[in-house]
Ligand binder design. Structure first.
Ligand SMILES: NC(=O)c1ccc[n+]([C@@H]2O[C@H](COP(=O)([O-])OP(=O)(O)OC[C@H]3O[C@@H](n4cnc5c(N)ncnc54)[C@H](OP(=O)(O)O)[C@@H]3O)[C@@H](O)[C@H]2O)c1
Length: 359
């Protein structure tokens, strides 16, 4: 498989990476088989995070790669912790970052991490403090590079002025990408690779899209009109895929990996067949007329997750280190809001965590 340079580093990643956010759910034995098969077939970027499965994902990845460590670009993330009531929140203070890195190293059974990514920015810690802490690890060779994820354009500019960033993770699929134009442009101008996540919208952009999901399935929070839209898109893609002798996921993944600015896509795979099918998708040269047909389908999508929002009640309000107003949401996460927002207000939050207004 071709390899693509991550930023300006000496890391060359396969255009498709194995996303391990949910890999613990299929059991360690099967998960390890999938990870090893992925590496055997040419995938070299493995992405996980300290919070995936409460650390289980990192443990499985560590077990799967400990004897083939040099073949892997190991990417993990940190910066999310549980607050006093057990809810996830951001903490990028030096103490918390050190704890997260040390724990990840142990679970991953390694003495170095190729790409340590900030999972979500923390509006209560000055980025410089986090960068200084991470640089201690970079200087000692424990972290090779620091990447970002779920960052706003303003925050990205600040981070990029402090440290050489090779990559930024953003969600990118047919129904989620419209709000990232500025980030994409900035990354292209600075040679920062975009690592696109949830390319198949958690499996919804495949032929097995279901109308309803049980409550314990994370996809049950996706609004029904989005699921209906996925069904419609898959219906449009299916005849094109058949014409090309490909599957719908293959068509989508190949199309995405050739979008401007995209360096790598992270795909979750729960079956060995997914690995084979998705790797095969990278080795196909899509004819330009097929690309245009898919471009037209993408342009025709009106319902988008980018237009959806969550309603959240504000639990706590305070000023951050730069005098900006920060709130803690009932879901635990912290975000920056305008000065008119007060504790107890109900507000709208975009799917990528931005304040959209009072509700
Ligand atoms: N930075 C962040 O905050 C963030 C957030 C989310 C995700 N990510 C990263 O992105 C990765 C991918 O995201 P994701 O796993 O949530 O979503 P995804 O890659 O869009 O979807 C994964 C699901 O698609 C289905 N699938 C994959 N290949 C298939 C194929 N060839 N045919 C049919 N179905 C196929 C599988 O569903 P079934 O298992 O149901 O068969 C799989 O679990 C994560 O693992 C993680 O590394 C990062």
């Amino acid at each position: 498989m071709e390899k693509r340079r991550l930023g300006t580093t000496n890391l060359y990643a396969s255009p498709i990476g194995l996303g391990c956010r949910t890999i613990h759910k299929i059991g360690s034995k099967k998960a390890i088989e999938i990870i090893r098969e992925a590496i055997k077939t040419g995938i070299n970027l493995i992405d996980t995070a300290n919070i995936y499965g409460g650390g289980k994902s990192e443990e499985i990845v560590g077990e799967a790669i400990h004897d083939i460590r040099e073949k892997v670009i190991l990417a993990t993330k940190g910066g999310i912790v549980k607050d006093a009531s057990g809810l996830p929140t951001q903490d990028l203070s030096p103490k918390s970052v050190r704890k997260a890195v040390e724990e990840s190293l142990k679970r991953l059974k390694t003495d170095y991490i190729d790409l340590y990514q900030i999972h979500y920015p923390d509006p209560t810690t000055p980025p410089k403090e986090t960068v200084n802490t991470l640089m201690e690890y970079v200087d000692s060779g424990i972290i090779r590079h620091v990447g970002l994820s779920n960052i706003s354009y303003e925050e990205l500019k600040e981070w990029a002025s402090l440290i050489n960033i090779p990559s930024v993770q953003i969600p990118y699929n047919f129904l989620q990408h419209k709000t990232y134009d500025k980030i994409l442009q900035f990354c292209q101008s600075r040679k920062i690779s975009i690592i696109a996540y949830t390319p198949l919208l958690m499996g919804l952009l495949t032929e097995k899209v279901k109308r309803r999901f049980p409550r314990n399935d994370e996809r049950s929070i996706i609004p029904p009109r989005i699921i209906k839209e996925c069904e419609r898109i898959v219906g449009q893609l299916k005849p094109i895929a058949e014409k090309c002798g490909k599957t719908v996921p293959q068509l989508i993944l190949n199309w995405l990996i050739n979008r401007p600015g995209i360096g790598c896509i992270l795909v979750g795979m729960s079956k060995i067949e997914h690995v084979k099918e998705n790797v095969e998708a990278m080795e196909w040269r899509m004819p330009s007329e097929i690309r245009r047909e898919i471009d037209d389908i993408a342009k025709g999508i009106k319902t988008s997750l980018d237009n959806e929002f969550f309603i959240q009640t504000i639990k706590k309000v305070f000023s951050n280190y730069a005098g900006r107003k920060v709130v803690i949401l009932e879901m635990g996460m912290k975000i920056i809001v305008p000065s008119t927002v007060e504790a107890g207000d109900r507000i709208k939050i975009s799917w990528n965590g931005e304040y959209l207004g009072k509700y």
